[in-house]
Design a protein. Structure first.
Length: 449
């Protein structure tokens, strides 16, 4: 089937221009600049008048909870939320049940996604203290990299032995995405907080417990290990201004020895003042921190120290979010509203539309070596999202597609709307409707590119 997308404004590779795109089957056939439509026979014409046409968003950091935790979320529901949010590709994290730390568990996730995921997918392989011998057996073309938990967030996936860390950084052979928080510092801070505030300190104390010191100490260790072993390190969900001191503008994202950072939409949008209104709904690890930290992260979007914006989409049931720092679980669902939230930051002057596309489309593709995605180019897969400005709508519970059924953005009014999402040339989402008959493709990677 051949499609023509016409009448919109294309945002791609640092440029914004009026133009049209012809899609032939799963791939982009041509991109034409200007108002003259290409002379080609098509089966369907999509009128994108008033819309911006972007590459499909690539979310490098999600927790879809399947297998084993499907009371909270699953691949079916969360990939529907992704499609509705303009996200056409995602990387899922390994802290499921069982954990994705064996070849068998990894294969099972791919088997599940092959029938349940409505957008494109891949899965990180999780590092443990003793499974680095499996790294050479991994199909490098199939996965984005190794996920390393250097913090106390994930039970026995915590890698806390120096010799194990050295082995992981020395032998990964592909990007290492690290969750960096120092467990000893967190445990000490929690003990002090319980002495001062009781057995379940209020959520406003969460950034004191999961402190700047805890984040910086662990991130500094990860950076030093990456430099020692000339490894490719990508630090997840940077949350502090101090950590940014460890990063520079890295234009060679996929080269050996490159060290890059991800910021999440949550840390870019919320700050500690929001605990008063939203409470544990914005409790996550690492913690949402100060307004100054948020401003520093926003500045780093435009000076090159932040390379990628993801979500760390982490659904929980609302009943599991009850309590304070000790009892309420950490994590929030942000997938469906990540693009429109970042577009709101564009309206606020935090970054430009071309910078947003760089951070959410181009850079994830470059950093992880994703084949034929992340850009609007002839011959590339037709992963495309149409977004419309100036359309006010309010998030209500009945529009939330994540299985957990809630969002910290409930009641918020946006002025941007995701109009249509094409995945491999197929309209998987349009004006409130997800076509659940469609199944996405496994992503392919070239880590030597």
């Amino acid at each position: 089937m051949r499609l023509l997308i016409e009448g919109g404004t294309i945002v791609n590779e640092g440029r914004t221009f009026d133009g049209s795109i012809v899609v032939d089957g799963s791939n982009i056939l041509t991109i034409t600049e200007g108002n003259t439509c290409p002379e080609v026979s098509v089966d369907e014409t999509i009128d994108a008048s008033g819309c911006f046409i972007l590459p499909g968003i690539i979310d490098d950091h999600v927790h879809f909870r399947e297998p084993g935790l499907t009371d909270k979320a699953d691949i079916d529901t969360e990939s529907q939320a992704a499609a509705a949010g303009g996200i056409t590709s995602y990387f899922d994290m390994p802290n499921t049940v069982p954990q994705t730390t064996t070849l068998e568990a990894l294969d099972e996730k791919f088997r599940l996604a092959a029938t349940k995921s409505h957008v494109n997918y891949s899965f990180f392989f999780g590092a443990t203290n003793d499974n680095s011998t499996l790294f050479p057996l991994l199909d490098r073309s199939r996965i984005p990299g190794i996920k390393l938990f250097m913090g106390s967030s994930t039970g026995n996936m915590l890698v806390d032995r120096q010799e194990a860390l050295d082995r992981i950084f020395a032998t990964a052979g592909m990007p290492i995405m690290a969750h960096c928080e120092d467990t000893a510092i967190i445990n000490r801070n929690m003990a002090l907080a319980k002495e001062r505030y009781g057995d379940d300190p209020g959520v406003r104390h969460h950034p004191e417990i999961r402190s700047t010191e805890a984040c910086y100490a662990s991130t500094r260790l990860a950076v030093s290990l990456a430099r020692k072993h000339h490894a490719r390190l990508h630090v997840a969900h940077i949350s502090t201004a101090k950590e940014l001191e460890l990063f520079q503008d890295d234009t060679q994202h996929s080269t050996p020895g490159s060290i890059t950072a991800e910021a999440t939409v949550s840390h870019l949008y919320f700050c500690d003042r929001d605990y008063a209104q939203l409470g544990t709904r914005i409790k996550c690890n690492p913690a949402i921190k100060t307004e100054a930290d948020r401003e520093a992260l926003q500045q780093a979007l435009t000076d090159g120290r932040i390379t990628v914006v993801g979500t760390d989409h982490a659904p929980h049931l609302l009943s599991q979010k009850e309590g304070g720092c000790a009892r309420a679980v950490s994590g929030m669902p942000m997938l469906q509203f990540s693009l429109v939230t970042m577009l709101e930051l564009v309206d606020h002057g935090v970054l430009t539309l071309t910078q947003l596309v760089n951070l959410m489309c181009h850079n994830p593709a470059r950093l992880f070596g994703i084949c034929q995605r992340g850009f609007l180019r002839p011959g590339y897969r037709a992963d495309i999202v149409l977004v419309r400005p100036g359309h006010a709508w309010t998030v209500t519970r009945d529009c939330i597609l994540s299985k957990c059924g809630w969002s910290p953005m409930e009641g918020h009014t946006y002025l941007w709307r995701v109009e249509r999402t094409l995945c491999n040339g197929y309209t998987v989402y349009q004006k409130g409707y997800v076509d659940t008959s469609y199944v996405g493709e496994p992503l392919c990677f070239n880590h030597d590119a």
